[in-house]
Design a protein around this ligand. Structure first.
Ligand SMILES: Nc1ncnc2c1ncn2[C@@H]1O[C@H](COP(=O)(O)OP(=O)(O)OP(=O)(O)O)[C@@H](O)[C@H]1O
Length: 247
């Protein structure tokens, strides 16, 4: 059984604020060996509880800074929750920010295996998939080049192709295709439809309400790190549009 469960999850960051307003104050603080930086806590997510089960395609929407990407980063274990717990049952494939799960010093080929291992695939399993990945990502010529020399588009093509080739149970998508090249986007969209059909759970962050309503059967609206509404895509998207209407 594939599922994702957040139990009262909170995520706290430390913010550093410069207390010295003038140069004189800053110098006095330095001279008196006072700590001239003030730390303050910032909760990006607070008391988040929800459960996602097989067959659900969940869109996460909300204004800039609401906490959408942080939520995905918790799911993919890039961040640890400060409070609460996350239970994730199933193989997760993140189509998240470029670079997560990649080592820039390694070649594209080596990164296929590294990424596969992170997603729970053995070397043998990845060997069977490698040729398809290289071909679909159109990286035949550059596959043995360290990926630090890749363009954003090449990077995205490789990340997208690996994540979609391994038939993930839980597919996580953050603002997909931002920065990708147009030709590849068309090709990728067709492939994504197939993957979305095959994945048991899809969780995607998007600012495109059209895309969210097209692809998802549940939408969670996040505001200031909390869930504001969770339900039918049209109902939640309409609520969000009304919320942002100028008065
Ligand atoms: N590493 C960090 N350190 C401090 N604050 C952070 C860090 N990462 C994110 N934040 C803050 O946490 C809040 C939530 O950020 P997050 O990126 O999750 O928002 P978002 O909803 O994805 O926004 P956007 O739509 O702009 O991508 C923001 O106020 C952001 O500034």
């Amino acid at each position: 059984m594939t599922y994702v469960k957040f139990n009262n999850v909170g995520l706290k960051f430390q913010l550093y604020k410069d207390k010295g307003i003038t140069l004189k104050e800053t110098l006095i603080n330095l001279f008196k060996k006072r700590n001239y930086y003030k730390n303050s806590d910032f909760w990006a997510l607070k008391d988040m509880s929800f459960e996602i089960s097989s067959g659900q395609r969940v869109g996460i929407i909300g204004n800039n800074g609401a906490g959408k990407s942080s939520l995905l980063k918790l799911l993919t274990k890039i961040y640890e929750p400060t409070t609460g717990e996350i239970v994730c049952q199933g193989k997760v494939a993140p189509l998240i920010e470029l670079g997560a799960g990649f080592n820039p010093e390694l070649s594209g080929y080596e990164n296929i295996f590294l990424n596969g291992a992170i997603m729970g695939k053995s070397k043998k399993e990845m060997q069977k998939l490698a040729d398809n990945i290289i071909k679909f990502a159109e990286l035949e010529e550059f596959i043995h080049t360290p990926i630090k020399y890749y363009s954003t588009g090449m990077y995205m093509r490789l990340a997208f192709t690996i994540a979609t080739e391994i038939s993930p149970e839980i597919l996580i998508i953050d603002e997909l295709f931002a920065g990708g090249d147009i030709n590849f986007i068309d090709k990728a969209k067709a492939r994504l439809d197939k993957i979305i059909d095959e994945s048991q759970i899809v969780i995607m962050v998007s600012h495109s309400l059209d895309l969210v309503q097209k692809l998802c059967n549940r939408v969670i609206l996040v505001e200031k790190g909390r869930i504001l509404l969770d339900g039918e895509p049209k109902e939640v998207c309409d609520y969000y549009i009304n919320l942002n209407k100028p008065v």
